[in-house]
Design a binder for this molecule. Structure first.
Ligand code: C5P
Length: 205
């Protein structure tokens, strides 16, 4: 069975947590596409060549989750040739047998416009900054610095010319500002379960 779940949204909105939980629930493979851009940024040198030559080892680096790696990722992500070099890998992953969940910024709009389920997970900037700050551990950066970075990243991700962050017209918007993790995960599962039931219903003679 081919079944793609596209989960987009700004940094620290809860995409990763929701994606992992729904992938586990439905037995789908999961790709965190931010890791691809983080790996390109972390490699240094010419970002286009880095993207064209990305290897599994590059994705296994243990420094990709840092705030700095996120910053570097959003800088290389504005380069159209970098994005183009990563398209085929993401599309192949999305159409693998057994179902796939991809989370990122442009999955529902550019990478998989035909995805069976599209979710746009968001939350206000202060809530997202607080989550990132708690995640990074006190001492890593001040809350104000993290908030500034979140806002800068939003501006860059939403303002770039190529594949800007925005919800697909047919995406379900999930605002997690006032939600617990469990509530957000349940809402995502419900959207996916409804689409699976509908797809199976259509297959009946
Ligand atoms: O989601 P994550 O914080 O790991 O993404 C890091 C950066 O990579 C984002 O701020 C964004 O600029 C870029 N990105 C992107 N398209 C994606 C995933 C990530 O442009 N599909």
């Amino acid at each position: 069975m081919k079944f793609t779940v596209a989960i987009d949204g700004p940094a620290a909105a809860g995409k990763g947590t929701i994606s992992r939980a729904v992938a586990r629930e439905f037995g789908f493979a999961h790709l965190d596409t931010g890791l691809l851009y983080r790996a390109v940024g972390a490699k240094g040198g010419n970002p286009v060549l880095a993207a064209q030559g990305l290897t599994p080892d590059d994705l296994a680096r243990d420094d990709l989750r840092s705030l700095q790696a996120g910053e570097a990722a959003s800088r290389v992500a504005v380069i159209p040739e970098v994005r183009a070099a990563l398209v085929a890998f993401q599309r192949d992953f999305a159409r693998r047998d057994g179902g796939a969940v991809l989370d990122g910024r442009d999955i529902g709009t550019i990478i998989c416009p035909g995805a069976e389920v599209k979710l746009f997970v968001t939350a206000d900037a202060e809530t997202r900054a607080r989550r990132r700050w708690l995640e990074a551990g006190e001492g890593a950066a001040s809350y104000d610095d993290v908030l500034r970075q979140v806002r800068e990243r939003d501006t860059r991700d939403m303002g770039r010319a190529d594949a800007p962050l925005r919800p697909a017209s047919d995406a379900v918007i999930l605002d997690t500002t006032e939600m617990s993790i469990a509530q957000a995960v349940d809402a995502a599962k419900a959207s996916i379960a409804a689409k699976i039931a509908q797809t199976q219903g259509q297959k009946q003679p």
